[in-house]
Ligand binder design. Structure first.
Ligand code: GDP
Ligand code: IMO
Ligand code: MG
Length: 445
């Protein structure tokens, strides 16, 4: 105990995407949540699509933390999130239909709501951008965060009664309708119809509204183990990503503090999730993209189609410059490398180890898109392996070529690998001995 604060940093673990999203965060969180008392989302909304697989069961989660499949885990939606109430009630209904208990879910009253007009604005913005479009998920994320910052959002705490919800809506709807009608020629929304549309969601979600920050602080102080589940990835971060081709939230580990209402001293272990190759969905720069047959092979073998939108993901090679950058801006203490099994059978593997920018080599990710446009990745090549590794459960049993590839990845990224995933299922997971992660797992609450 120091100055009245219990030093409980070892009990928390932040899991973030360290590429462009879809790294396999859902799988990693589901695996680790068996060892956690709570799992909290802290940013993003239903643009996230986190897949959890166990046995023949496949769950695609958009708002709900990937810890929900463990019936004892408390799942929290933090203040840094934007929540679509209509999508969330469907997500809960679907989980319940499949026998998953959802009574452990709580929502911060300070999280902002994604409303129907935000989705309409997202669509209209994208259309108006033409070939400069961002390629958003169309979920209304950007407009919802914009309204939060403009101080005209509706928050989850406003769902506690239909009267309060309608009063909030009546204040903001006239301006939203003017924007939709006068700029975009959209018909806009009627106050009463919109309130009625949301009524079932208010009934279902209003009672789940909680002071998440207080609950988390009490639980951490009481020695409970907390996982923070990031969404999207480092290169989609609103500040540090490939702006403007980014999402509208802070996706880095530090956001786990502000996005749940905790002080940063609570965050010590930060696990960055990367695929053993790279993908991106949506527009924007992707230096190690492979538009040749090898890229197509990665897409087909890795089933690289979006969880949220079904769009084919752009595929390419592991980029160590990006991994180093993600490690720095997140303070990564370890890496989880997923989808290593997808590389089995590829004859030759490539890895971007530096960028050649205006005749100089650098291992630092450039500051601007203009600079990035003048850089080309410098690749190292590695021999592939043919063995099916999906049943391997120990790093030493991997083929020598796979170990060589992972050693180079770790060295070039500058972060220790702590978890290796060799398939989508929970069981297809290797934890590195003597890692921070192994210590976190064995640290009982
Ligand atoms: P997230 O958004 O980071 O949670 O990732 P997604 O769920 O959008 O995409 C990752 C996809 O890869 C999902 O379909 C997972 O089931 C799958 N996946 C995760 N880890 C592995 C792995 O190690 N091997 C294979 N083959 N698939 C994996
Ligand atoms: P998970 O959590 C991959 C991308 C979109 C688009 C950009 C902005 O599953 O990793 P938005 O709808 O957020 O305004 O879109 O961000 N994007 C994602 N890409 N995985 C995600 O989430 C993403 N969430 C948003 O494709 O390029
Ligand atoms: Mg995803």
């Amino acid at each position: 105990m120091i100055g009245g604060v219990v030093m409980d940093a070892q009990k928390s673990l932040v899991v973030v995407g360290a590429q462009w999203g879809d790294e396999g965060k859902g799988k990693v969180i589901d695996y680790l949540s068996g060892e956690a008392d709570l799992v909290a989302r802290f940013q993003g909304g239903d643009n996230a699509g986190h897949t959890v697989v166990y046995g023949a069961n496949i769950f695609k989660l958009h708002h709900v933390p990937s810890g929900i499949l463990n019936s004892g885990t408390i799942c929290l939606l933090g203040n840094g999130m934007v929540i679509n109430p209509l999508v969330l009630i469907k997500e809960l209904e679907e989980l319940e239909k499949r026998g998953i208990k959802t009574t452990n879910l709580r929502i911060s009253g300070k999280a902002h709501l994604i409303m129907a007009y935000h989705q309409a604005l997202d669509d209209e913005n994208e259309k108006s951008l033409g070939d400069k479009k961002i390629g958003t998920t169309g979920r209304g994320i950007g407009p919802a965060y914009a309204d939060k910052v403009l101080r005209r959002g509706i928050r989850a705490g406003d769902m506690i009664s239909p009267d309060r919800f309608q009063a909030c809506l009546s204040e903001v709807l006239p301006l939203q309708n003017r924007i939709l009608r006068e700029i975009y020629g959209h018909p806009g929304y009627d106050l009463i119809e919109l309130t009625d549309l949301y009524r079932p969601a208010l009934e279902r979600l209003g009672p789940l509204v909680t002071d998440v920050a207080l609950l988390l602080s009490e639980q951490l102080t009481g020695g409970k183990k907390v996982l923070f589940e990031g969404a999207q990835g480092a290169l989609l971060d609103i500040d540090h990503g490939t702006y403007p081709y980014v999402t509208s939230s802070s996706t880095v580990a530090a956001a786990a503090a502000s996005g749940t209402g905790l002080g940063p001293h609570h965050l010590k272990n930060v696990l960055g999730v990367v695929k053993a190759y790279a993908t991106r969905v949506g527009e924007g720069p992707f230096p190690s993209e492979d538009s040749s047959e090898a890229g197509d092979q990665l897409r087909e073998r890795g089933n690289e189609y979006g969880t949220t939108t079904g769009r084919p993901r752009r595929c390419g090679w592991f980029d160590a410059v990006i991994a180093r950058y993600a490690a720095r801006i997140n303070g990564l203490t370890g890496l989880a490398v997923t989808k290593l099994d997808v590389l089995s059978g590829m004859e030759l593997l490539k890895m971007a180890v530096s960028y050649r920018c205006r005749e100089k080599d650098t291992v630092n990710f450039p500051l601007s898109l203009e600079e990035l446009a003048q850089c080309t990745p410098v690749y190292e090549t590695f021999p592939g392996w043919d063995e099916d590794i999906s049943r391997v459960r120990s790093q030493k049993d991997l083929p020598a070529a796979a170990r060589q590839f992972l050693n180079a990845l770790e060295e070039k990224a500058g972060v220790k690998i702590e978890l290796i995933s060799v398939g989508p299922d929970r069981t297809q997971t290797i934890i590195m001995p003597n890692s921070h992660l192994e210590a976190w797992i064995s640290n009982k609450s």
